[in-house]
Design a protein around this ligand. Structure first.
Ligand code: NI
Ligand code: MN
Length: 227
């Protein structure tokens, strides 16, 4: 697989077979991203949870491209009600072997609400996303607190590349993210979910310099990650 980071939690992946995946496409209101909503052409959109900085522009992109949207049952049912035609719902712990990759949702300790007419509605649980294809494993941890089952996830999977939030305030911060990286035993770690807004300002270089067993990369936007 090839993987690229696009600011906040936006990640794109391309399988060796040429299938394009786009995770958490928060683009229009993302001050950091290199992407444009009108220009992305994913085959599959993966959404970790319903917050606006993750669900982002999924509806617009899915309607234009007819991409398959994979997320929790609650989120994909909501998207289907808005006219998104191709969806596949999972729940944490559940995997499905698509022809392009096996996708598994994992636990995340975090909310998953959307705001409709100023009121919050929760759409199921927040998740992380594990992607296995081409004999490689990529883990997008999503938005989450540190939790000790990350150790188990690290033992049960050979994680080649992990995207780990470091922003603090809404997710784990750098200190907890260092533990997460250690527990996941990820070969390569890319910090995400930082510097998009004031509350989550962090120094990603200071973070990767403290990683013990993983190779840390501060990913340049839109450039292939060497993992
Ligand atoms: Ni969130
Ligand atoms: Mn978030």
């Amino acid at each position: 697989m090839k993987a690229m980071y696009h600011g906040h939690s936006v990640v794109s992946i391309e399988t060796n077979g040429g299938v394009k995946l786009l995770i958490d496409p928060f683009i229009n209101r993302n001050p950091l991203t290199d992407l444009k909503v009108d220009e992305v052409n994913p085959d599959v959109i993966l959404v970790t949870h319903a917050h606006g900085d993750h669900l982002g522009d999924t509806v617009e992109i899915a309607k234009r491209t007819n991409a398959l949207v994979v997320s929790t049952v609650e989120i994909v049912n909501y998207l289907a009600s808005l006219g998104v035609e191709r969806v596949h719902g999972l729940q944490p712990g559940g995997a499905f072997a698509f022809d392009f990759a096996t996708i598994k949702l994992t636990q995340a300790i975090h909310g998953s609400s959307i705001e409709i007419d100023g009121l919050p509605y929760t759409l199921g649980l927040a998740t992380g996303i594990m992607i296995k294809a081409d004999n490689q494993t990529i883990y997008h941890v999503g938005d989450t607190a540190l939790f000790s089952d990350l150790k188990l996830i690290g033992e049960l999977n050979h994680i080649d590349l992990a995207f780990i939030p470091i922003g603090d305030n809404y997710t784990m911060g750098p200190e907890d993210a260092l533990l997460a990286a250690e527990w996941l035993k990820a070969k390569t770690v890319v910090p995400i979910h930082y510097n998009t807004m004031k509350e989550i300002e962090q120094d990603p270089h200071a973070f990767i310099n403290q990683l013990k067993d993983s190779k840390g990369i501060v990913a340049k936007l839109g450039e292939p990650i060497d993992f």
